[in-house]
Ligand binder design. Structure first.
Ligand SMILES: Nc1ncnc2c1ncn2[C@@H]1O[C@H](COP(=O)(O)OP(=O)(O)OP(=O)(O)O)[C@@H](O)[C@H]1O
Ligand SMILES: [Mg+2]
Length: 490
């Protein structure tokens, strides 16, 4: 016979082994991710296997109410009756334990006041005593209860207490794990939903971008078409303008040459007639006086003829300057100030006669790579106008030629006189060929037209009349420091 202490130790060992096997079974179920009811049921069954005199029940607490998590050996009708009941100070063993957060031991369901509302459900199934312990989460919140039901009025044994000490944390782990999984699932679902929303937004954004891009392309195409149309119209206008200018030019040239050549023609016919008549009389005796008169007439006629032809030749010479021929204009590097001084020197006699003051405000450091001759010609034409149209009616007066850098690559020259100014209604015409307000005084109206052709066609700039000029006439010339390689057609 073995000593009593050996038997006790053996019993102890087998209990520990039982507890460990229960613990392992449940933890494994949790680890492999079994559903919660399945794990809790396993716990109850394992418990009941180790202690055949009890029936286990695990209730889960949700928002103040209790629901069965597992109770594999309790009658379904009983669990259904208990499901959804509120916790409280007198809510059976489980409802009260969950309410007060402590184990509740009812050894006589039939008479214990805590079971007043529930005993009618329990007694018909032979449930006489119930010991319920709260299940806590790791942070101390109550997750539910673990209860043992007995078929007789009694309390738990030491073994029961030990089993419950192990089982409640196991149930807590399983419940918490499930809740964490559920929270994680919800988080993932939320993430998936927000991803879907973002995806949808992206799609609608892409669609909008595609629509806008299409719209933009359409508008660009329309704009390009409109631009082409505009260019075509501009070219047509330009051609039409050229034709108008050309016909003005032809009319002007014809008008200018008509008088001297017409005179020359009339005169030459008269001279021929005189010669004819003289020849007929040459056979007959002739008086010396007739001879002298004939020679005098011839001489005078030839002089007038020569003068008319000289006028015609002079006018043809001026017409030649209208078309700026860059191939014969030489391009050089020169100091603007020196070119302006050359022009001023030419005008000294006229300036003195008109008692007019010429003021130069041209920096000495402006160096041009351009056409000096045509530039001086342009300045002369403008200066000539200032003296002949602006200042001719008054005594004294002044002209000022100034220059400055407009940008890093352009300069602005301004020729300002203090004369009578150009009437507003003719300002737009002064650059037209043959426009003059003094035709009867022998002016041909080509000076500013030539100046315009030089500036626009050769120097690569712009010439204009300052409409804001309050006193006299201001002519503004803006040209690049370096003239274009290929001059534009004027
Ligand atoms: N500084 C000025 N002051 C007043 N009127 C001017 C001035 N410059 C030009 N004009 C006006 O502009 C017209 C055109 O000038 P433009 O130099 O082209 O021709 P013109 O001087 O009349 O003739 P041309 O220069 O061929 O001898 C002039 O007839 C004159 O009416
Ligand atoms: Mg002129």
């Amino acid at each position: 016979m073995r000593p009593e202490s050996d038997a006790a130790a053996e019993g102890q060992c087998s209990r520990v082994a039982d507890l460990l096997s229960l613990q392992n079974a449940v933890l494994e179920a949790v680890a492999v991710g079994h559903e919660l009811p399945e794990t809790l049921e396993l716990l109850c069954r394992e418990f009941e296997r180790l202690s055949a005199d009890v029936v286990c029940s695990i209730l889960l607490l949700d928002d103040g109410r209790m629901w069965h998590g597992a109770a594999p050996s309790l009658p379904a009708a009983f669990t259904q009756a208990i499901d959804g009941s509120s916790i409280g100070p007198r809510a059976g063993s489980c409802g009260t334990a969950a309410y007060i957060g402590k184990a509740v031991e009812v050894i006589d369901i039939e008479h214990d006041p805590l079971w007043e509302d529930y005993r009618a459900f329990a007694l018909p199934y032979g449930l006489r005593a119930c010991w319920s312990s709260p299940i806590f989460s790791r942070d101390g919140a109550i997750l539910g209860t673990f209860a043992l039901y007995f078929a007789e009025c009694r309390g738990p044994s030491e073994f029961h207490r030990e089993l419950v000490r192990v089982s409640t944390p196991l149930a807590g782990i399983a419940i918490e794990r499930k809740r964490m999984d559920a929270a994680e699932q919800a988080r993932l679902a939320e993430l998936a939903a927000s991803n879907a929303r973002i995806e949808q937004l992206n799609q609608s954004l892409e669609q909008r971008v595609a629509e806008r891009t299409g719209d933009l392309h359409r508008r660009n195409a329309e704009l390009a078409r409109a631009f082409e149309e505009l260019q075509r119209t501009h070219t047509q206008l330009f051609e039409a303008q050229k034709l108008v200018s050309l016909s003005h030019l032809v009319v002007g040239v014809a008008h200018e040459l008509n008088a001297p050549i017409g005179n020359a023609r009339v005169l030459s016919t008269t001279l021929l007639e005189r010669c004819d008549a003289f020849q007929k009389r040459i056979e007959a005796p002739m008086r010396r006086a007739d001879m002298v008169r004939f020679v005098a007439d011839m001489t005078e006629g030839c002089q007038i003829l020569s003068h008319s032809l000289a006028v015609a030749a002079d006018r043809i010479g001026r017409f030649k300057t209208v078309a700026v021929d860059h191939s014969i204009s030489s391009r050089t590097h020169f100091v603007l100030r020196e070119a302006v001084e050359d022009v001023a020197e030419l005008f000294e006699p006229v300036l003195g006669r008109l008692r007019c003051k010429l003021d130069l405000d041209v920096p000495v450091d402006i160096m041009l790579d351009s056409y000096r001759g045509p530039l001086e010609q342009m300045l002369s034409n403008v200066l000539e106008n200032a003296l002949e149209h602006g200042l001719n009616v008054q005594d004294g007066g002044a002209v000022r030629i100034s220059a400055s850098r407009a940008t890093a690559s352009d300069i602005e020259i301004r020729i300002q006189d203090s004369g009578c100014g150009i009437p507003a209604h003719v300002i737009d015409k002064v650059f037209d060929p043959f426009f003059t307000t003094r035709l009867t005084d022998g002016y041909s109206g080509l000076g500013l037209h030539v100046a315009h052709n030089i500036v626009h066609g050769l120097l690569g700039g712009v010439i204009s009349i300052d409409r804001e000029s309050l006193n006299g006439t201001g002519v503004i010339v803006r040209i690049p420091l370096v003239a274009p390689v290929k001059p534009a057609s004027a």
